[in-house]
Design a protein around this ligand. Structure first.
Ligand code: SAM
Length: 471
């Protein structure tokens, strides 16, 4: 029985509720009166339920779809301005005991080069990342209690935070590791992580079990209930995601929103971020064997709908997507992107080319400076901000900030301050020139006069060599 407040996976992601939702969506996909009323509701920034959202996803009326896109763009502007937060993944280890059929780390893959970074190797990776200008990382690891126990992850986080190379620093470490215990989530919280990210892969239980035939990840309930344990362990910023291509996208979309509704119902705070990875080619993995791949068109529609259905949730897009696709979806509501990513273990310091330890092929191969330059030229502010969780603005406090217009007095100056640091310490001449121009223009978009004046003062202090200011 469907119950968003239940702590049981099969009750808050109830299969029958998803089937009924899809039926309701099919029955109403041409009900333009209902669709208009849903778009009116979304315009009030109240978000939409999984049922309402599924009707919009099923709708094929061009005029209404255009309205969805316009609304997504508007909501993005209202809440996130034109800021895009930058991050990079850091692969610590590809040892894995699971059997995920879409992932090259799967246990039976004998030709991938297995590698686990030592603390010294992590230092080299972090220095390479700092030298590009990164301040925010997402650490990634396969699941292997012997090779990658929680102690290894915790020690690695400590190492990452401890490295200060030139003006570099990693100020926020997000963590994408397998579902674990409340006790381990508590340890991660104590280690000072930002967001705990775990992709559901698919919400469809039967498919989930087939796609994860062996290993601890086979347990659908344990995986699906992980965010509740993370929150019980004190982590209040959690990141959801579906690996699009594994199952029918309409099913996944309803499940994803039901998961968000569940977190809101039980913990009073929805997901901090939603990621939208699509399955990619990788060693031993041919994406064409999965028949549920989605077109760029549908992908864009999904991004726009996530934006309008959960307006307070950040949306993340990785280098799995090409420059072209990224350009399209950034407009529609993406708030965070990775840049210059390497998905191989040790890929930043050694180039990662000679060994085959990658998780998937990336589609965007540009350097961080090229991505920053591109964002600036496209009218965005690349932001290296990590202030919120360091200032204790997590969970519902972040949501409250997001809902209030105060976000622009906080995020906008922080974006400009961290961009300024980037320009001085890492940018090419061309990026620097355009970046300085953007900073000048964008100061006008800080609503509060006092905050604006303070920001100008701090920009000056950064110019003089000081670092790490935040609102
Ligand atoms: N091992 C952890 C787990 O099981 O959740 C998390 C880390 S894993 C390195 C990160 C994510 O990469 C997975 O959750 C999956 O969605 C995604 N992934 C795996 N294989 C992929 C592929 N071939 N193409 C695109 N993404 C993939």
């Amino acid at each position: 029985m469907y119950n968003p407040k239940s702590l049981k996976a099969e009750e808050f992601i109830d299969h029958q509720e998803i089937l009924d939702t899809l039926k309701y969506a099919d029955e109403n996909k041409d009900n333009l009166e209902l669709i208009d009323s849903l778009l009116d509701k979304a315009e009030q920034l109240k978000g939409l339920t999984h049922r309402e959202a599924s009707v919009l996803l099923a709708c094929e009326d061009e005029e209404r779809i255009r309205r969805m896109y316009d609304l997504a763009e508007q909501i993005k502007k209202d809440f996130y301005g034109n800021r895009i937060v930058m991050f990079a993944p850091l692969y610590l280890s590809n040892y894995c005991v699971n059997g995920c059929v879409y992932c090259p780390y799967h246990l039976k893959n004998k030709h991938i080069c297995r590698k686990k970074l030592t603390q010294e190797e992590i230092r080299r990776e972090v220095i390479a990342l700092q030298d590009m200008g990164h301040k925010r990382l997402a650490i990634e690891a396969g699941e292997d209690p012997v090779n990658n126990p929680i102690e290894y992850i915790l020690e690695s986080i400590k190492t990452i935070y401890s490295i200060k190379h030139k003006n570099g620093a990693i100020r926020r470490v997000n963590v994408n590791i397998a579902a674990t215990t409340v006790e381990n989530y508590r340890k991660l919280k104590e280690a000072g992580i930002g967001t705990y990210i775990l992709f559901q892969e698919t919400y469809h239980k039967e498919s989930y079990e087939k796609l994860h035939p062996t290993g601890p990840k086979h347990n659908y309930a344990y995986h699906t209930e992980a965010m509740d344990r993370a929150m019980e362990g004190g982590i209040d910023d959690v990141g959801l995601g579906v690996l699009f291509g594994l199952e029918l996208y309409r099913y996944e979309f309803a499940g994803l929103l039901m998961h968000a509704e569940h977190l809101e119902a039980v913990h009073g705070v929805g997901p901090h971020t939603i990621s939208v990875p699509r399955i990619k080619k990788a060693d031993d993995i041919d994406p064409s064997v999965f028949d549920n791949g989605i077109s760029d068109e549908i992908f864009a529609k999904l991004c726009a709908l996530i934006r309008i259905c959960v307006p307070y949730t950040g949306m993340i897009i990785s280098t799995r997507e090409s420059e072209e696709v990224r350009a399209k979806v950034i407009r529609l509501g993406v708030s965070q992107i990775s840049g210059a990513s390497r998905t191989s273990v040790g890929g930043y310091a050694d180039g990662g080319e000679e060994e085959n330890s990658e998780q998937f092929d990336v589609s965007d191969h540009r350097t961080l400076d090229e991505v920053v330059n591109w964002l600036l030229r496209s009218g965005y502010i690349p932001s290296f901000c990590t202030a919120c969780y360091r200032a204790g603005r997590t969970g519902d406090r972040f949501m409250a900030l997001c809902k209030s217009r105060q976000i622009h007095n906080c995020c906008q100056p922080n974006a400009l301050l961290t961009l300024k640091e980037y320009l001085i310490d890492y940018a090419s001449d061309d990026t620097k020139e355009i970046g300085e121009r953007v900073i000048k223009e964008e100061l006008n978009n800080i609503p509060n006069e006092k905050v604006r004046a303070k920001c100008i003062e701090l920009l000056d202090l950064i110019e003089q060599g000081n670092r790490d200011f935040k609102f």
